[in-house]
Design a protein around this ligand. Structure first.
Ligand code: AHG
Ligand code: MN
Ligand code: MN
Length: 338
């Protein structure tokens, strides 16, 4: 008879990391639990969809000039409300807010900084495709009492934790605190996050790539060369066929890569020469790079490790190449040769 194994909850996982391994302080564990609770609420809102008027435009633009969807705004508010009173945070920053959100003085303040992309993959909302939430945790520099933008300007190597939730066929939470990558599935009957994977690994080799091909005419030569070689398949220099997938939500593409490998690319291109890519460093690229590296993969902007980039603003953009190590190293080498 096989012995049934009791499922491990998110709380148990974090308590073990805090108490038994001593890898995170108790306050960080509590903060991560609050973030997970907020993601649960967002998941509920997402799943109600049209029934609760969740779809469609909010009628406003965010700081980056993008039209906000109702769910962008709802997810942002859910994360702010859930996190502002717990006493673990000094401040928050979000894709949907121009500046720093300091914890109101009526609440106790903690020592952490939380960054998030409340709703990733906004263009998928109205077509019922996968979307998610991405987050990153930093430490407020010592001695600072009034957190400001400058205190968030820390490279990704200083992240204490990072993760994402995917609102897809299942709701998942994928998390790292620097001890590998663990995956939890939301049990919608009991409301608990149950571990459904630990020590996720991105294979070094892959036959799958992810890029928005409609931008091909705007790419720079190293990206053209790399993708042309993939497209040439077994008759080309790579000597094998590659498959392509594009979810249009980074969470979806990164999650697939954490499950079975692949390379995800959002390069800078010639459309807006001054703009270094589309994705945002602080709350998209850095947390995803931390997760992918913790799973044995790599993440660069074409020339530099993403997590070593010194940020200059909350909404800095960056080119992204991440996933299976051998492919990321190859496309990075093509940039360097260029
Ligand atoms: P967001 O919805 O938070 O603005 O992010 C969307 C991002 C990313 O998730 C995705 O990989 C990419 O934009 C899709 O871009 P295209 O629309 O150019 O395909
Ligand atoms: Mn996003
Ligand atoms: Mn977003």
């Amino acid at each position: 008879m096989t012995q049934s194994v009791r499922p491990v909850s998110l709380t148990q996982y974090l308590v073990e990391i805090q108490r038994d391994k001593g890898l995170i302080p108790g306050e960080l564990r509590l903060l991560l639990e609050v973030v997970a609770r907020a993601c649960k609420r967002i998941s509920l809102a997402v799943s109600k969809g049209d029934l609760a008027g969740m779809l469609g435009e909010a009628g406003t633009d965010n700081v980056q000039g993008e039209a906000q969807k109702k769910l962008d705004v709802i997810a942002n508010e859910t994360l702010l409300e859930a996190n502002e009173w717990g006493g673990h945070l000094a401040a928050m920053a979000s894709e949907e807010m121009e500046g720093v959100y300091s914890i109101p003085h009526r609440y106790p303040r903690g020592e952490f900084l939380l960054l998030f992309d409340p709703l990733d993959g906004s263009s998928n909302i109205d077509v019922n495709a996968s979307i998610g939430t991405i987050f990153s945790v930093l430490l407020l520099p010592e001695g600072v009492t009034e957190p400001a933008v400058e205190h968030f300007m820390q490279p990704g190597t200083r992240q204490l934790a990072a993760g994402y939730a995917v609102y897809g066929p299942s709701t998942l939470l994928v998390l790292t605190v620097g001890d590998g990558v663990a995956k939890f599935t939301l049990d919608k009957e009991t409301g608990s996050w149950t571990m459904t994977g630990n020590h996720l690994r991105v294979p070094d080799e892959t036959g799958e790539f992810s890029i928005n091909m409609s931008n091909a005419r705007h790419w720079h030569p190293p990206v053209c060369r790399y993708v042309d070689e993939l497209l040439a398949g077994r008759d080309g220099p790579r000597g094998k066929d590659f498959n392509m997938r594009w979810v249009a939500a980074m969470v979806g593409d990164v999650h697939r890569i954490l499950c079975r490998g692949g390379i995800f690319m959002y390069p800078r291109d010639t459309r807006e020469p001054d703009k270094p890519g589309k994705l945002r460093l602080m709350y998209e690229a850095n947390p995803m790079a931390f997760l992918v590296e913790q799973a044995g993969g790599a993440a660069t902007n074409g020339t530099q490790r993403i997590m070593e980039i010194q940020p200059t603003g909350l909404h800095d953009r960056v080119a992204v190449f991440l996933g299976s190590r051998n492919e990321v190293e190859r496309v990075t080498a093509y940039h360097r040769e260029n």
